[in-house]
Write a protein that binds this ligand. Structure first.
Ligand code: ADE
Ligand code: ZN
Length: 345
């Protein structure tokens, strides 16, 4: 057990920024900043339905998940070439490194691109090359998780898996995202069973807007290793006990939850409640270009709004390494770096 030294509230924001951390819930298409959307549109001779960066940014006023997804899928339409996917991921890694993110597991949505006639190899090869360079040039280790869009059919998910399997060595797992309510995890039971046989890691968005029943189904039907979001789990005490007992990590995204009106205000966020109940919660940015902040913005703003402590900060960063899909020696090495950071601050 590591004992967190006393740290004054004034020094906490600096520590939150400095501490090494892993990001486990970032949709790489959600890191496309308006400036890059416009630059890629120009490069690819695409006309956008907004005259300039400012008017696009003004459209980022969301009322729920669906109101965001509509604009997020439209933004991704500027991605055409392998270099576009590389440039998007590279910009994220530079930003992540500045926030002392030392490891990142990136979601990508291939169906958003293959539906527009972009080849699966174009998507995966561009993102994978950016992951390799992130390690070599920025010291950020990285891996890819392919997400199935849950508003589409199970058959389309199977087709997507088939298209991706020739590139199996370039992604480590699969996830489930997009419109949650009305698309329960059970819809994808067979495709997740197949992915499990293939030795892929399994995660799923559940309990972002949807009920605790979706979290149970993600665990018991899909057999996922982590729950993305999961904040609605507090409504079900038996589910909270299950998540704590099995150390199932929740990849929580506070600024996303605030911008999509999951909580009326950041001060109302239940991150502290999840941690104090012994759950392996982590902090993540989800779609940082749309929700007003990358990793350190999420940490600093959430701690300021909710009054979390240095002990919570240590726990969140330690959880991020524990819940990652890196090997045990790498987990130990990152955790040691984290402890050194706290011990010397
Ligand atoms: N795709 C991108 N961001 C998402 C989110 N927050 N929930 C579900 N699907 C998403
Ligand atoms: Zn997400």
């Amino acid at each position: 057990m590591f004992t967190v030294p006393p740290i004054s509230p004034e020094r906490l924001p600096e520590l939150l920024r400095l501490m090494p951390k892993a990001e486990l819930h970032i949709h790489i298409e959600g890191s496309l900043e308006p400036e890059l959307i416009f630059a890629l549109a120009q490069r690819n001779k695409i006309t956008l339905p907004y005259p300039d960066v400012e008017s696009l940014r003004r459209a980022y006023a969301f009322t729920n998940l669906q109101s965001f997804l509509d604009i997020y899928y439209a933004g991704a339409s500027v991605l055409i070439t392998e270099q576009d996917f590389y440039d998007m991921a590279r910009a994220y890694f530079v930003r992540a490194a500045a926030d002392n993110v030392v490891h990142a597991e990136l979601f990508f949505d291939p169906q958003t691109h293959t539906a527009r006639g972009i080849a699966m190899e174009t998507v995966i090869n561009g993102l994978h090359r950016a992951c390799v360079d992130a390690k070599a040039e920025l010291g950020v280790s990285a891996a890819l998780i392919l997400c199935f869009l849950r508003h589409l059919s199970e058959e389309e998910a199977f087709e997507t898996l088939e298209q991706a399997l020739p590139l199996r060595d370039k992604f480590i797992g699969v996830g489930l995202d997009s419109s949650e309510v009305g698309h329960p995890p059970e819809k994808f039971a067979r495709v997740f069973a197949r992915c499990r046989e293939l030795g892929l890691h399994l995660v799923a968005h559940a309990g972002e807007e949807g009920p605790p029943a979706y979290v149970w189904a993600a665990l018991d039907v899909l057999k996922v290793e982590r729950i993305d979001h999961g904040v609605q789990s507090v409504k079900d005490p038996a589910l909270m006990r299950r998540l704590a007992q099995d150390r199932i990590a929740l990849t929580v995204c506070p600024l996303s939850n605030q911008k999509l009106c999951v909580f009326p205000d950041l001060a109302d966020h239940n991150l502290g409640q999840l941690l104090d109940a012994g759950l392996a919660a982590t902090v993540n940015s989800d779609d940082p270009a749309y929700f007003g902040g990358y990793m350190n913005d999420n940490f600093v703003q959430t701690f300021a709004a909710t009054g979390l402590t240095a002990q919570h900060a240590y726990q969140l960063a330690a959880n991020s390494f524990e819940a990652s899909f890196i090997d045990e020696p790498a987990k130990r090495a990152f955790t040691e770096r984290l402890q050194n950071c706290f011990a010397t601050s």
